[in-house]
Write a protein that binds this ligand. Structure first.
Ligand code: AHR
Length: 325
């Protein structure tokens, strides 16, 4: 199994294309500190906690005045926060959208107020791409594919055994849930012996991951060979459910998850999780650089993707001490 880990410093270099679109945004006076209004999804996972910490620390380091709002996983709270940032005349609005759709109206309001919008972490589906200037975040479809490729390879090593998979999806309507589902399904379609027998949302939280896994175990019992969780927190919650059902996570049920947070590495060291696909939450420095460039009237990349690795359990003990989140 491949083990790749590339530095986050490569992020800016990985930028796809330069495109500042839409109506011109007036450049900020050079001596005025930048004010960014940031609407965060919530505090649903270890990943999110690291993402928030990265944004707050980077803002402090860059001398940015950050107005931070936690949406508690609710789109209406994000819409309210964005409207309040517009009313406060912040220089830049940034947000990580809880779901993909339903943003056109509020983003048009930001555009009319000539306040540039930067998306971080999650994408939106809007009718007019000039409603935001840049999107900084991972390629979630590729993350799902990586999880699928790991499983195909694992199955090859087993000699091509039929495997029943249960899937814990992220928040319904969110980009990572949709994309990770699609990427994984696309790859495992190459092997008809790999079947997803149950798939349900666990909303990216440990508590829901545990609850849904309990239900899967109740209905499917020992039929389950593999758990594919869209994030580590749900996998960690499910591990508890599996143990409480008298089974061995990582052995009786192989577990594939996404994020690469410390909790996942600890579970791998304990032999309870088989692989985690990295999703880097340390987006703060890139967000600050992009916001400063936008405010200075400079062109920025429309899409900034992040290079990430795959960490199987056999490298966990070695890698754990180096993890930053
Ligand atoms: O949008 C990124 C996802 O959101 C992370 O994988 C998950 O842990 C978080 O809640």
């Amino acid at each position: 199994m491949t083990f790749t880990r590339r530095s986050f410093l490569g992020v800016a270099a990985g930028a796809a294309a330069v495109a500042a679109v839409g109506s011109p945004i007036p450049a900020l006076a050079a001596n005025k500190p930048l004010t960014i209004g940031f609407s965060q999804v919530g505090a649903e996972s270890e990943w999110r906690t690291a993402n928030t910490a990265s944004i707050k620390a980077a803002a402090k380091q860059a001398g940015v005045n950050l107005k931070f709002a936690d949406a508690q996983q609710r789109q209406e709270n994000q819409v309210k926060a964005i409207r309040s940032f517009i009313a406060q005349r912040v220089d830049v609005i940034a947000f990580s959208p809880v779901v993909e759709t339903g943003w056109d109206t509020v983003l048009r309001e930001a555009k009319a107020a000539k306040i540039p919008v930067i998306l971080t972490d999650r994408a939106v589906k809007v009718s007019d791409p000039s409603l935001y200037v840049s999107f900084i975040g991972s390629d979630f479809v590729e993350e799902g594919r990586r999880a699928g490729r790991w499983l195909l390879e694992y199955d090859k090593q087993l000699g091509g055994k039929p495997l029943n998979i249960v899937e814990l999806q992220g928040t319904v309507g969110s980009a990572p849930a949709t994309d990770r589902k699609n990427g994984f399904a696309e790859v495992i379609a190459a092997n008809p012996k790999l079947k997803i027998i149950r798939s349900q949302t666990g909303d990216f939280t440990r508590a829901k991951g545990k609850e849904v896994m309990e239900a899967f175990l109740k209905s499917e019992g020992k039929n389950i060979n593999v758990l594919y969780a869209h994030n580590d927190d749900m996998a960690i919650g499910a591990i508890q459910a599996i143990e409480e059902a008298g089974l061995k996570p990582g052995k009786d049920i192989v577990i594939v998850s996404i994020d690469g947070v410390r909790g996942a590495f600890q579970a791998m060291v304990q032999g309870k999780l088989n692989v985690t696909v990295e999703c880097n939450p340390l987006l703060g420095p890139t967000l600050m650089q992009t916001a400063q460039a936008v405010a200075a009237g400079k062109p920025v990349a429309k899409r900034v993707t992040i290079e990430e690795g795959v960490f199987p359990a056999d490298v966990a003990a070695k890698v754990l001490p180096t993890r930053k989140y």
